[in-house]
Structures are given as structure tokens and as C-alpha cells.
Design a protein around this ligand. Sequence first.
Ligand code: PMP
Length: 430
Amino acid sequence: MKKDEILGKFRQYLYGLNTYYSEPLPVVRGEGKWLWDADGNRYLDFFGGIVTVSLGHCEPRVVAAIEKQAKTLQHVSTLFPTIPIVELAETLCNLFPGEKPAKAFFTNSGTEAIETAILSARLHTQRTEVIGLRHGYHGRSMLSMSLTAHSGYRLGGVHDPQIRHAVAPYCYRCPYKLEYPKCGVACANDVEEVIKTTTSGRPAAFIAEPIMGVGGFITPPKEYPGIVADIVRRHEGLYIADEVQTGWGRTGGKWFGIEQYGVKPDLVVGAKSLGNGHPIGMTLAKAAVADSFKGSTIATFGGNPVTMAACKAVVDVIVQDRLLDNAAMVGTHFRMRLDGLFEKHALVGEVRGMGLMQGIELVKNRKTKEPAPEATAAVMEAAKERGVIIGKGGLLGNVLRISPPLNVTPDDADQAADVIDAALGAVAKA
Ligand code: PMP
């Protein structure tokens, strides 16, 4: 099918979708770090879907695992135990960054995994109120949209009334206009304030992303999660780490983003790159919490053998190829290159992130920090024209999000950094 035909059918038969670029880019093939569009142009993919393709497109060992399982057993539902589900559960429970033992529940998306985590916390604590963070993103069901604190993603106007939001640990745009570290991480204490003033004082849980993905890779100060975990536990609530974007080595050197902060969560939510593009939702809970989950619940496709085999292969490849180390090593190099762009381009307000999860917030003026969403879109477009795909995010749409596969090389990082450099230069000139 040719580009115009794909675009024509896309516009005619699909609804409610967001796309990048002035004209959506139909993509027909992916291999490793490369994507090809319908005109045969090749791109270096430094966004990976939306922070999802962690091993590169169509990784052969993952494809082989999918193929083998698809020929063996595709579906029986969780009413019947299968080898792939118990193998993956065992593997992931051993990686759980909280207090072990842990147990797993599998669904098909991040949204469903969030639903499972909140339901688990509510059933365990016999409480209902949940605290999230402003600028956070947690999905597209009613509950997860309620947890999400971006007006643009809170569609429909009907929300779970038991959700509250504390201020985000967004240093670049500090809600208190303070400066780290002199601020004493004042934002963390807002969680206590929110509990004391807007809840019954008995929260079921606090949930946050270790780095706020859709929010624009907002990276909390290193003390933040620890201070918040203490507050939440003093009020006998659970700490849920939403690792949908930060999990599986993305932040470099560790499996989970929360491990970078030394906090042990009670529950972890995963999705996206655990499947390298295969639909997956995963909730891990410490056993005491998991065991409070009583009553019937079924995710028909959750834990399906093909997905389980794909995810197990992803984890195996990360171990075999030492990708946690690679993400740390290439991430450090890439960050050095991006910090160089801050020195060179006035448009760059801040570079932030960890490992291979790096964001660049663009501003019209470094003093006023006026956001530059149009320039951000233009830089993405200019990067695409130069053969590199990057993403964007942030409440104000002015943060470039960059998340290449974990197996990229320093040369790949240099190539992407050179293109972003050129794109920033071209947009500043225009
Ligand atoms: N949590 C986070 C942190 C996410 O980034 C996302 C997806 N962007 C979700 C939850 C929801 O995942 P899904 O789109 O798979 O439902």
C-alpha cells in the first residue's frame, strides 16, 4: 500500500488518535534501531514507539520466542496454568525491587496494570483514597485518567472522586519558586499536606512515576521518593511505583527507576518495553498485598502464553546482552552530548533524565522560561527530515523526549545528538 492510500484510510476509518508531525508518518517496517516509512526512507528510531521498543524492532530472539509459542499454545485464559505464565512470573517476582516475596498479575496494557495495582492497594488496606502527582500520567481508563494530572488527557469529565494530587517534584518549574537543594525538597511535604487536608488521613496508596514520562521526563531530586515513602507509610498507605516508562533498564544500571532512589515500593506497575512492542500489563505486589486480592477477576488475554514468552525473551536478552550496563554507559555519553546542546542553543532550557531516558525542555527565553511548544514540534520535524525520530511531551508540549533502544552504541548516540543539534540550529534560525 502506498503512503497516500494508508493516510487516506487512516483518516477515514480511525478515530481519536494523536499523531506526530504536520503530516502523520506511515511506517511500514522496523529492524533493530531502524524504521522505514512508506516512501522507503530510513530513520534512526530514538523514541521506540512511546518508550516501548527497548531491544530494537523485531528483535530476532523475541520473534523466535513468539513464533515458537504461537505454534505451541496461544490461548487458554488464566483459568488454566501454563508454562509461559509461571516462568515469566517467577522471573519477574525475583526482580521485584520491594520486599520479597512478590506475586504477579498480568494484563494487556499499562492502564490495566494501574487498575490492578490500585485495586490491590484498596483491597489490602480496605481504604479508597489515592494520592498521585500533578503532571503524572497513568492511562486512559476512568480511574487511570483520574490519576493522570494533565488536563489534555483527562477526557470525558467523569472522574474517580477518591483521587488527590500533590505538587510535582518539577525543579525547573518549582511550584514554590525555590531552588534545589536549598528548598529542602519542600515539594515532598505536600504529600503530607494533601493527606492531612484533602483525605480522611487514611490513604490507600501513593502512586508516582520515578521519572514522569508523559509529563516531560520530570526527574525528581534524589531524596524525593524516600521522603514521600516515609510520609505515606506513616499514614499506613502503600507506595506504588509506576514503572511503565522507567522499567526494564531504561534509566541505566538498574531494572527499575525506583531503585535509583533506594526506595522499596509495595507495588510496581510495568508495561510498554517489557514486551518490546507486544501488548503487556504487569502488576507486581509484595505477597501480603497480593494475598488480600480476594474475589473473582479475569483478564481474558492477560498472561496469554504468546505474550508471556515474548516478555520472558525480552528479559533474557537484557540479561544476556548486559543491557542495563549498556544503557548506563551509552546514557552517560549521550547526556554529555545533550548537555553540550544546552551550552550551544538558547532554546534549550533544561536537559534532564537518567540513562537512556533523556528530555530537553525548550523555552523561548531562559530567564522567563516561557515554553516553546511550536519550536519543539519544529525540532521534531527537522530531526525527522534529517533521519531521526524523537518524541515530545510535557504539560505544555515543549519537552523533547528521547528514549532509544537499550542496545544503541555511542556512535548511534552521536548520530542522534548531531541531528538534534542541527535541528535546533535550523529551528532557531527560522
Ligand atoms: N503509566 C505510564 C507512566 C505511562 O507512560 C503509560 C502510557 N503512556 C501508562 C501508564 C498507560 O499505559 P497504556 O498506554 O499501555 O495503557
